[in-house]
Each structure stands twice: as C-alpha cells, then as structure tokens.
Design a protein around this ligand. Structure first.
Ligand code: ADP
Length: 169
C-alpha cells in the first residue's frame, strides 16, 4: 500500500527521493513550479534536460509522458519531469492528466524511489480546475500499483490543499 500525504508549501523545499515537475514540452524550463525547481535546483537540471531534448525529444516531450533527471541542489535524488495537458472545455484530456501521475510513478518505481512529491499538475498556467485536478491526482495514485511507499502531494495554496483534502476524505 502506498501512503498518500498532503503538505501545503513549496515543493522545492521537500526532502524526498523524487520531486515531480509540471514541466512544459520543451523541457527547457518555464514559470510556476517548473521555474521554482530550476531556480532552486540549479543549472545541472537544465543541462540534463537540454541533453535529453537533443538525444530523445527533438519535438518535445508529449503531454502525459515523463522523464527523469538529476535533482541538482534540491534535497532529492531525481526530478521527474512530466508534461500536463492544457485544460480544454471542449475536449476531455483527463486521460492525459492521469497518465502524468501514472508515468511519473512508473519511472519513480524503475529508479527505486520510495518517496515521491507531486505538485497539482496542470492546475496553474494550464488552467485545469483544481477540484477535478485533485480528483484525478488522488484517484490515479490510488489505482496505480507501485513500489513507491509514500506519495506526497505538495500544494502551494490553501485552496489546492483543501480540494485535495476533500478528495482524499
Ligand atoms: P501547469 O503548467 O502544469 O499548470 P504550474 O506550475 O503553472 O503548472 O502550476 C501547477 C500547480 O503548481 C499550481 O497549482 C501552482 O499553484 C503550483 N505551484 C507553483 N509553484 C509551486 C511550488 N513552488 N511548489 C508547489 N506547487 C507550486
């Protein structure tokens, strides 16, 4: 059984085996949690992202996929970069958002990570409604068989924390 914990705060302050980044498909950094991870993690992360981009992801990493790099100066061994879908009112992209959590857990498991911190993927600049984003996050982690022992959702603000707490019950 995987333990799910909720924490309110800045994910770059967490001490875990792997920190998941809500990256964009370029893998070359962005705003929000992506910017915060690169700022605090230092240039080693971007360096590895650039190399991955050149060797494997010339067209960028597709939504729903994930890839790991060093965690640089963060208190973690790896950063797992996953690309959330942009919210759409006309197209159901839930499966892509679920895939972000599933693929990140799969990679974490392959790496041997026992503790993994996730932000609320797609709920910032990508505009996914927080209640639905929280539901997909919690349900997907609950339904995904994994050797990861603890999943920690690190929520930046009160509202995000409250939505996750409501879904977790
Ligand atoms: P996306 O493009 O996937 O929407 P964002 O980074 O814009 O990614 O936002 C994803 C979520 O991460 C939002 O709920 C945002 O409030 C939150 N967030 C932003 N900075 C941090 C941080 N330092 N730690 C944890 N969560 C953060």
């Amino acid at each position: 059984m995987t333990t799910i914990r909720l924490v309110q705060g800045d994910i770059t302050r967490e001490s875990v085996d792997a920190i998941v980044n809500a990256a964009n498909s370029s893998l070359l950094g962005g705003g929000g949690v992506d910017g915060a991870i690169h700022r605090r993690g230092g240039p080693a992360i971007l360096d590895e992202c650039r190399k991955l981009r050149a060797s494997h992801y010339g067209k960028g990493l597709a939504a729903g996929q994930a890839v790991a790099t060093t965690a640089g100066n963060l208190d973690a061994r790896w950063v797992i970069h996953t690309v959330g879908p942009v919210w759409s009112a006309t197209e159901d992209r839930s499966e892509l958002l679920a895939s972000c959590y599933r693929e990140s857990l799969r990679i974490a498991g392959e790496l041997g990570a026992r503790t993994v911190a996730f932000p609320a993927i797609s709920t910032g600049v990508y505009r996914w409604p927080m209640d639905d984003g929280a539901r997909i996050a919690v349900e997907t982690v609950r339904d995904t068989p994994t050797a990861v022992e603890e999943v920690r959702f690190v929520l930046f603000d009160d509202r995000a924390y409250d939505e996750f707490a409501r879904v977790l019950g």
